[in-house]
Design a protein around this ligand. Sequence first.
Ligand SMILES: [Mn+2]
Length: 413
Amino acid sequence: MESIRFIHAADLHLGSPLSVAAGAPSLLKKQFENSIYAAVHKMINNAIQFKVDFIILAGDLFDQENRSIKSQLFLKQQLELLKPHGISVYIVHGNHDPLAENYAPVEWPDNVEVFSTVPEMKVFYKNNKPAAHLYGCSYREREMPTNIAKAYNKQHGAPFHIGILHGQEKTVADADNYAPFSLKDLVEKEMDYWALGHIHTRQNLSPHICYPGNIQARHRKEQGEKGYLLVDLKKDELDISFQAVSNVVFENLEISINGKETFDHLTNTLIKQIKQVSLEYAEGLWLEIELTGSGRLSEHLESEINVEEWKEAINEIGALEDPFFYIYRIKNKTIPAEVTDQIKDGEHFLGDTHQAANFYRSNPDMLQREWEELLHHPSAKKFMSENTASNMEVIIEEAERTIWNKWGRGVSN
Ligand SMILES: [Mn+2]
C-alpha cells in the first residue's frame, strides 16, 4: 500500500537572541543559548530513527535576514546527516529569512530542495515513482501581502498532495503581510495535508491543516513543550503525532498559600506541584511562580529579601532534580491575613479597595481613560508613562497591595 512518512517543522528561528533572567546561573544560560541547536539536532536524529521519507521546514529557519553564518553552517551540516539515509528536505523561506535579503550564502547539500519565490511544485519520488507532489513558495521580502495559497494548483500524477505555506489566516490581527489566507482557500485546494508555518503556538486549523509551532521556546511567553509533527499519510488515513524536542521548557505555576502555615509546608507543596509538570523530553523547566491566596505567610512574602532567599533555596533543590527546574521569578499576589480579617470585620475602606480593583480588572477601558487623564495632569504626569496597555493588571495589583500595606497595618496597630 502506498504511504509516506514525513516530519513537518517550522519556525526554528536559528540564531535567535535568547535573553534570560539576569540572575540565572551561567550553566543554565549556556544550555538555554544552545537549546535551539539541540532541538534541531534531536529532530534530525529522530528523522533517521523514524525512517521518514522527507522533512518539511515551513519557513523562518533563521531568525534574522542576514542569517548568521554559524546558524547556516549548523543547519547545512545537520541536513547533510540525512543524505546517507536517503531523506530529502523541502524548505520554504518566511518573513524572517526571505530570499532577496543580503546574506552570506551557504550551499545546501543536494538532498535539500528550496522553493523559489513563485508558487511551484516539486515531486517526491519513492521507489522511482512519484509518491507526492509538494507545493510551496518562499518569501522574497519580509512582507508577503499576496494570498499565495490561492496560486497553488494541484497537479495530478501522484498519490499524495502537500501544500507548504508560511502564513497567517486573514482573521488574525496583523495577517496582511504574511501571505494571508482563509481556511476556505486551503480546503478548496483538496490537499492531503497543509504544512503551515509562522504561528509559534502549535495548532490545527482542521485535522489536516496544521501549525507545528516553533521548535524551542525563546522566552517566557512561549510556554510548554515544543517540537515538530510526525505525519503518516496513507490512502484515506492520516496520522499526526506531536514529538517534543525542546530542551528547555517555560511554564507558569500558580500556588495558593491558603492553609499553609510555614515555609516548609509551602515549599513541599510547590515542589510537589512542579513535579506534576510532566516532561516528555526536556532537560529542564524554567518557571514563573505566582503565589495567591491569603494567610500568615503573606506578610513574610512581602519582603523581597525573604522571597529571594526562598527562591535560591528552592533552586538549589531544583538543580539536583532530573529534569532540573529553575525558578526565575516569583510573583507575590497573596493577600495578608490581617487584610482579609479586617475586611471580614467590616473594614469598609479595604473592602472598597478590593472591589474597586476587581472593577478595573474587568473594565480595563475605564482605567485606561482615567490613566490618560492623569497623563495630562500638571503634577501627576511626570510620574506616568504612556505604555500601560499591557501593564494594567500589574498596576492594579501594585496599587491594591500598597493600599493594603499602608492602611491595613495602620488600622491594626
Ligand atoms: Mn514568520
